[in-house]
Design a binder for this molecule. Structure first.
Ligand code: PLP
Length: 339
């Protein structure tokens, strides 16, 4: 793709050559199909359109200095999608089929994997929807799993920079025993109002508190939260947080750097004691937080006093990116090379 300005790309949609699809009918998954159409033709009474039987995933493929294409921890995405399926009564896709689909769709769209120097990547978007004509509320008789890909630019165009987030107690993204732990579109629909309020006030995201007591930290809209205090990596544990694969990986790296990892309920007031705080997820790896504004209580917690990312965030960020791009050895077995 000679004519694409890779490093200027945002997080948008650019048409690629192919997507892959697989249907679940009569109790079993069919063959993986390749399509060059961007359109899906479905029945107007499909359960995904009415009752939210939809889940998705997000992962990336990176081109290394050696030209090889690396995909990060796709087995984890496959397992998380199975957990989403169990959570909203959809068919479970075997891990091997998920991985085969990722390999195939990346390989077919190889020319859209950005060059190493650009800092860009190929975003991989798997999704599953309930199909079939059905008006009654019950699980769909059929499902479609598909993956499309689109190149995305580097998250930090002006360098690794922190941003502000806010707390809005009036809104929840998920119920205490609801669907917060699975990656379903419904959680995102539920987060749009609060997200728009936050953006209109100049915040990068909403930092949600636990929906039951509003006492503990949950996560930031589409990303997990962690704080650094002294030698500790502190990340919330709750019944309404989506288990981030980036967070899981950072916890491993933090431990190996000699930090103590604390995964536990984190009282909101504890943010005043953090040396560093950040959001983490596939899109940015780490998006450092400079300030947390409690808009209900009119209180401001400044985390990055100099407006710069902290040293631990900086180190973790570069370490994980180096593994993803193949600059450092993959000692954890996190990388699959696409050939
Ligand atoms: C996808 C997602 C994340 C990040 O997960 P990663 O696997 O690290 O990309 C965090 N929170 C929510 C709500 C998500 O949907």
């Amino acid at each position: 793709m000679e004519n694409l300005n890779w490093s200027e790309l945002g997080f948008g949609y650019i048409k690629t050559d192919y997507n892959v699809r697989c249907y679940y009918r009569d109790g079993k998954w069919g063959e993986l199909e390749v399509s060059s159409s961007e359109i899906i033709n479905i029945h107007m009474a499909a359960t995904c359109l009415h009752y939210g039987q939809e889940s998705f995933e997000g992962l990336k493929a990176f081109r290394g200095k050696d030209g090889k294409i690396r995909v990060f921890r796709m087995d984890e995405n496959a397992k998380r999608m199975q957990s989403s399926s169990r959570g909203i009564k959809m068919a479970e896709l075997p891990v091997e089929m998920f991985e085969e689909a990722v390999r195939k769709v990346v390989k077919l769209n190889e020319r859209f994997v950005p060059p190493y120097e650009s800092g860009a990547a190929l975003y991989i978007r798997p999704l599953m929807i309930g199909l079939g004509a059905q008006v009654g509320v019950k699980p769909a008789p059929e499902y479609m799993f598909m993956i499309f890909v689109t190149p995305v630019g580097p998250y930090f165009k002006g360098g690794f920079q922190p941003s502000k987030v806010c707390v809005l107690r009036e809104y929840d993204r998920a119920a205490p025993n609801g669907t917060g732990t699975i990656k379903v579109g419904g959680n995102y629909a539920a987060s749009l109002v609060a997200g728009e309020i936050a953006h209109s006030k100049g915040y990068a995201a909403v930092l949600y508190l636990d929906p039951k007591e509003k006492k503990y930290l949950d996560e930031c809209g589409p990303a997990n939260f962690f704080g650094i205090r002294g030698n500790s990596y502190i990340t919330p544990q709750s019944h309404s947080i989506l288990p981030s694969i980036t967070n899981k990986s950072l916890q491993q790296l933090a431990e190996d750097m000699g930090l103590t990892v604390e995964r536990r309920p984190v009282p909101f007031e504890e943010i005043a004691t953090f040396d560093e705080a950040a959001e983490c997820g596939t899109a940015a790896v780490i998006a450092p937080i400079s300030q947390i504004d409690d808009l209900d209580e009119n209180k401001s917690f400044v985390i990055a006093k100099d407006g710069k990312p902290g040293p631990v965030c900086e180190k973790l960020y570069h370490k994980l990116r180096a593994i993803q791009y193949g600059d450092e050895p993959d000692t954890y077995g996190w990388i699959s090379i696409i050939e």
